[in-house]
Design a protein around this ligand. Structure first.
Ligand code: AVJ
Length: 322
């Protein structure tokens, strides 16, 4: 049965914002950070010295290009390489180049929730690798999973880089992995990046940079609500707060109201009250180790084929099959 709030709104964004800000404790989904400004702030995050994830995964893919590529190869029919959450494709390009130069007969299918990111990647690839066959798509993970069934004619490799799975709590991650498994045939592979547990300070620093880029990134969700839904958040009156729990491996970010405030969001007809120091939970970035990944795989019916890590063992890319 549909609840009232589901019937009232004409977009998921409106519905989710209404729901998240009407409950206690307040929350918003981090996927809504990524508009044009959010995409560009995330690009800045990936370039920060504190945000080690991108560099580690780049190191892994660069140091093991051949091994990884050859795992993907299908000599007879070639393959479809599908990337969920492709972003700017900086790390993927290393693999694409190798595959392009070594007779892999393949199509690259990048998928991202950001139309802006997909367009930039497509035009960039057309320039840098004109011979590459690219078939880009805008969409959300779970929607797109259904369409993966189209790619059933030959070997398929699904990639999810950047520890993007870390935005999901374990039950959702298992749901996501199970659906990915359902779309895999015997010879298909899943190549996925998982940021690892490490010194808690290193993790905190990655999500709490001194220049305030991560703060601006998280606050962008309020700016977006102001612009797109007619909100009147006084963005300056919220601080970004990061926490990391070494027991669970969960990094969580919050926006915290520095004073009591009233906020109105016109288009969803919502008036809300913030107490001083009340929080909005905006993101989780889960950290993993082999035990957790093995457990997630087991729960999802996947088998770990192999894994690759960087020199510091900060980050790991796992290869799964069903
Ligand atoms: C793109 C979800 C992997 O959680 O590390 C970076 C997003 N948020 N800094 C992450 C993010 C703050 C990032 N993911």
């Amino acid at each position: 049965m549909k609840s009232n709030s589901q019937q009232k709104f004409d977009s998921a964004f409106k519905r989710d914002v209404h729901e998240g800000l009407s409950t206690f404790p307040k929350f918003l989904f981090s996927k809504y950070i990524y508009d044009k400004k959010g995409d560009s702030l995330f690009q800045d995050i990936m370039a920060m010295p504190e945000y080690y994830l991108t560099g580690c995964e780049f190191e892994i893919i660069s140091n093991h290009t051949k091994t990884i590529g050859e795992l993907f190869r299908d000599k007879e029919n070639g393959l479809d390489l599908i990337e969920l959450g492709a972003g700017d494709g900086k790390k993927t390009k290393v693999l694409l180049k190798y595959m392009n130069e070594n007779n892999f007969n393949f199509i690259y299918k990048p998928i991202d929730i950001s139309e802006n990111a997909v367009n930039m990647l497509s035009s960039n690839l057309a320039k840098e690798m004109p011979k590459l066959k690219v078939d880009a798509e805008v969409g959300e993970y779970f929607e797109v999973l259904e369409n993966l069934k189209k790619f059933d004619k030959r070997k398929k490799v699904i990639m999810v880089l950047g520890s993007n799975i870390g935005n999901l709590r374990h039950p959702q991650a298992i749901n996501f992995l199970s659906k990915l498994k359902d779309s895999l045939h015997t010879d298909d592979l899943l190549f996925m990046g998982f940021d690892q547990k490490k010194n808690p300070q290193t993790i905190l620093d990655a999500y709490n940079d001194k220049a305030g880029i991560t703060a601006a990134f998280n606050k962008n969700i309020l700016t977006r609500i102001n612009r797109e839904l007619g909100g009147n958040f006084d963005v300056e009156k919220y601080i970004h707060w990061e926490s990391y729990n070494p027991e669970t491996g969960t990094a969580k970010s919050f926006l915290v109201a520095t004073e009591a405030m009233e906020v109105e969001i016109e288009q969803i007809d919502l008036k809300l009250q913030f107490d001083q120091w009340e929080s909005i939970h905006v993101e989780i970035s889960q950290k993993y180790d082999d035990k957790i990944v093995t457990w997630l795989a087991q729960e999802s019916g996947l088998e770990i084929v192999t894994s690759f890590t960087d020199q510091n063992e900060y980050y790991k890319n796992y290869v799964f099959k069903r």
